[in-house]
Design a protein around this ligand. Structure first.
Ligand code: ADP
Length: 250
């Protein structure tokens, strides 16, 4: 897709918090993600990773006072489908009654003005090639393996050239071998598109392998931010040391 490369956006989060029924589940998240950066939210289950992603995506609203900006544009109050953010969430399944091509074309058909049929076809072909699924465009989701389905979900998320991609445990349900193959593919796609990626995982090895920087979450707050090497060599707390200590990457 030479000539078609989207530069990633800068993402700014300031004092972002979320309460449910008076209970604070996320407190004062501050974070600057650089254009084109691959950043990973890492932490145990329940530490606030998905909540933060949901706030960025626009699926839930933050508490008053928090600021979210994409390339300097305020996201607060902007509906999810107007944020130009691609998402692959575990609960954001493919449409079972649509072919692979129709699934991928779906976000383009929702655009106003809607691109013409030829333009949609061309773009669907491009992203099918990007995820190496050219031969499977006419299949239905149930005729695909789990890994292939995830690649379709990824193609659908990037089809409208988002400048930010949110990936919530996209490889979580796959076996180890397939997971590692798709990690390589994700790195290639990140390189080719230049898109900013926020990736969520509870898997230390995955975080340390894939990321430019890692944000460690603990009990609804950011515990430490750093490159994989910084976190591994200079953990800021016993919690980070213990959590990363289980890794055998370095
Ligand atoms: P993680 O993604 O790190 O596993 P989550 O962001 O999903 O963590 O959850 C953080 C906390 O927020 C958890 O304690 C969870 O129970 C709580 N939580 C998430 N969504 C809701 C909700 N809709 N209502 C009440 N509590 C919620």
């Amino acid at each position: 897709m030479a000539g078609d490369i989207a530069r990633g956006a800068r993402l700014e989060l300031r004092d972002l918090g979320k309460s449910y029924g008076g209970l604070k589940v996320l407190a004062d998240v501050n974070l600057s993600v650089n254009p084109g950066e691959f950043i990973t939210f890492l932490g145990p289950s329940g530490s606030g990773k998905t909540t933060t992603l949901n706030l960025i995506a626009g699926f839930v609203d933050p508490d008053a006072g928090g600021v979210m900006q994409l390339d300097g544009r305020d996201l607060g109050g902007v509906p999810a489908n107007r944020r130009d953010i691609g998402v692959v969430f575990q609960n954001y399944a493919l449409f079972p009654h649509m072919t692979v091509r129709a699934n991928i074309a779906f976000p383009l058909r929702q655009r106003r003005p809607r691109p013409d049929a030829d333009a949609i076809d061309r773009r669907v072909n491009e992203v099918l090639a990007l995820v190496h699924l050219e031969a499977l465009g006419d299949r239905f989701p149930h005729q695909l393996s789990g890994g292939q389905q995830q690649r379709v979900a990824l193609a659908r998320a990037v089809v409208f050239e988002p400048k930010l991609l949110l990936l919530d445990e996209p490889l979580g349900a796959l076996d180890k071998r397939l997971r590692e193959a798709l990690q390589m593919e994700l790195r290639r796609i990140h390189r080719e598109l230049g898109v900013t990626i926020v990736f969520v995982t509870h898997d230390q090895d995955e975080a340390l392998t894939l990321s430019d920087r890692v944000v460690v979450f603990r009990e609804g707050a950011v515990e430490q931010i750093g490159t994989p090497e910084q976190l591994y060599d200079n953990p800021g707390s016993e919690f980070v040391a213990t959590f990363l200590g289980d890794s055998n990457i370095f």
